[in-house]
Structure formats: C-alpha cells, structure tokens
Design a protein around this ligand. Sequence first.
Ligand code: GDP
Length: 438
Amino acid sequence: MAMTEPATIYAPATAPGEAAIAVVRVSGPAAGATLRALSGRAPPPPRTATLRQLRHPESGAPIDEALVLWFAAPASYSGEDMVEYHIHGGAAVQAALLDALAACAGLAPAPPGGFTRQAVRNGRMDLLRAEAIADLIAADSPAQHAQALAQKAGGLGALYEGWRQRLTDALAHMEAGLEFADEDLPSTLDKRAQRAAQGVADEVTTHLADTRGERLRTGLTVALLGAPNVGKSSLLNRLAGREAAIVSARAGTTRDVLEVGLRLEGLPLVLVDTAGLRAARGTIEREGVRRARARARDADMRLFLCAPRQLAVPQMAQLQRRGDILVYNKADLRGRAPPDSLPVSARTGAGLTALLKLLGERLRSRFAPRAAPALTRARHRRALEDAAEALARAKAETAAELVAENLRLAEQALAQLTGHANMERVLDAVFRDFCIGK
Ligand code: GDP
C-alpha cells in the first residue's frame, strides 16, 4: 500500500546537540505560513539569508534568533515551497522549534527521505539520483563518496534510460510489424527489433556480471583464516589498532565471527576474524567453523595465516582463490617462512606495513571505482535480472505477439529503475531506508 504523503512536512536535517548549528526544514504549501506564525512576518525574498526572531505561535515563548532561508516552489530541493531554519545546535533549541512547528496547522513530521520523495514526485530528480543522495549521506570512505557522486551526476540513470528507450523503439517497430501480420512474410521490422533487443540483453548481462559497485557500496570484506592459535585475533587487533577481538593463549577462543571496519587506500573494508579451521570439538565450536567457512567463501579476499609449527591446514586449499594472501605470522619466533608467504609478527608489528600495502594494492586493482557507471544496489540487480529474463524469453519465442509481450515486460522492469513505472510501490521500497531530514 502506498503511503499518502502529508501536504507539508518538517524535520531536523541535523542530529540534535551534535553541532553548533542545526537546520530544520519545512516543505509543502504551508511552509510559508510557518514563517508568518513563528516570526510574525511574511517570507523574506527567496534565497536570501535573513535573521528572524522565532517564537512559539501560541505561547509566544522565544525559541531562537534564526537564520531563515526561503525557497519558493518550484525552485527548491523538493519542488515545493520550502523554509530552512538555521538555529543554534542545542537539543532544547531544536525541540522548541519542532514543538512550535507541530502547533502550526497542516504540518506533519517528515517520513524518512520525505523531502527527497517530494523531489522525485515533483520531477526534480529521478529515483537513481535520490538513491545516490542516500549513498552520499551514508558514504564513509573516499571510494564510496566518489561512486555516489558519479551516480548523482546521472551516469547510471542515462545508461538504464538508454536501454529502456531502445526497447521502446524496438517495440514500436514490432507493433508496426504486427499490424501487417496476415501476410505471413518475414518482417524485416521484426528482425530489426529482435536485433536491438539482443543488443540490450547483452549489455544488461555484462553489467549484471560486474559486482564491484555493490561491493564498494556495502564495504569489501577480507577474512582472516588459519588454524587456532596462529594469531588471527592478534593480527586483527594490530591491524585495527585497537582491542577489537579477545586475544587468548587457549585454542578455540574465537568461536564466532568478529568484524572490524577499516579504510585502506580509500576503500571501505571489513576485516573478519573467523574461528580457527580445525576439526571442532563442541557444538558451538562446530558452528563457529561453519560460519568461518561461509564468511571465507563470501569474502572479497582472504588472508591465510600460518606460523612456525602451524603451517597451512588442509581446508585452506579448498577456500583459496586467486589474489588471496598467505601470511606467515610469529616471524619473531624461530622457523622458516613457506615460499610465497609474507612474514609478519603481530607481536612486534614487523611486516604489517608491507602487508597493508599489498592488501591495499590487490583490493584497489580489483575494486577501485571506474569511469563506467556501476550497478550499486540489490534493487537495481533485481529489476535488471527481471529485464534480462524477459529478454531471454523474447529471444526464445517465435510468435511475434509473445516476443512483443516479453519486450514490454523487459521495458517495464527497466522503467522501475528510474521511476517511470509503479511509482508508488517503488517509492515505498526506495525510501524505507532513507534517513529523516533528507
Ligand atoms: P587465533 O586463535 O588465531 O586468533 O590466535 P590468537 O591471536 O589468539 O593468538 C594465539 C597466541 O599466539 C597468543 O598467545 C598470542 O599472544 C600469540 N601470538 C600471536 N601473534 C604472535 C606473534 O606474532 N608472535 C608471537 N611470538 N606470538 C604471537
């Protein structure tokens, strides 16, 4: 069910008490009326910073001297009349302003992403740009920041919209062909349409095969693997520069999966410390080993640890993939490093700079953002998979009507990406994860 949008919404755009200045936004037809109710005066000229004394509209209690920005529809972020109240950042100041707004007629608190949702409805931006804004807000590494900016610039939207347009054209050709279907001559129009559809299908398939954009958006995972006591937790602690995992001299302490977020070469990284790979004794430990293997399988890269008298365990070979790194820990003890391993000591810190450098290089060569727009979200993947399936069915069909029907389905699946179809349902799904105030 689509949610009915209140006409005028308000929300803080900053978290209370976290900064010197807080911003509260009001967007909708009643936005200008709040200025009159709170400051006793009409809105200032649009886009001109103006100081106003704000008071509660009923009690007259002073709120703050605010810097007010007025944007008249449609030239605003949301496409509605909008006011931004810049007030002092204290939690009590912000609460007083929100109280005052709640007392104004026709206002409701904004749902998550409420302002951006209005912007999409008013045609100020397409859904892919709206999602890029959510990603910009969530980005905490330079690579995620760059990817979100690229998506906001419209590259991804242009790619998807281009495919949709080509299918629409192909359909138009086919439908023209269908009108002359009683002469059963092979239609050159049909052939052209099918070739065009095949071209789109190939490009969609290539785009789907590249998971880098999604990996970057959610963060890359690197699993630490090796026999118990080889020093996985110690290495994780050293790399993270903080006591994130319990380091213990008893084998089998790391029963579950521990994670630490890092940034390396501008890439968002999650280091995962897994339970030791060995024949587990208790039920809990067996579960730990099962999870360790699952995380290792799904990780973007693996660091296999060995140490003097604790060389590789047999399970490692099954999990190892190209680009993984073999680390020889406890190099401070007596022993000989296996060939192709990188010697380090989690105890003394020796070799860790070289390890981080190698890890950074490998990850960058595989995951650094590229010029071509990347697939970034599960929502996009689902819609593109639907389109690819419909295009595959179109290819397998011989009856022109069924080919056309499947092209139509593919076109609809692509239309969902930019927000040209099933608008309300798609909007609900997209804005569920948005933050309040944007
Ligand atoms: P995990 O089971 O693989 O997570 O291993 P831990 O990190 O708990 O380490 C097991 C034991 O090895 C602990 O007593 C650590 O202090 C010790 N240890 C870890 N790294 C080193 C190292 O580089 N050199 C030496 N000498 N001991 C280490």
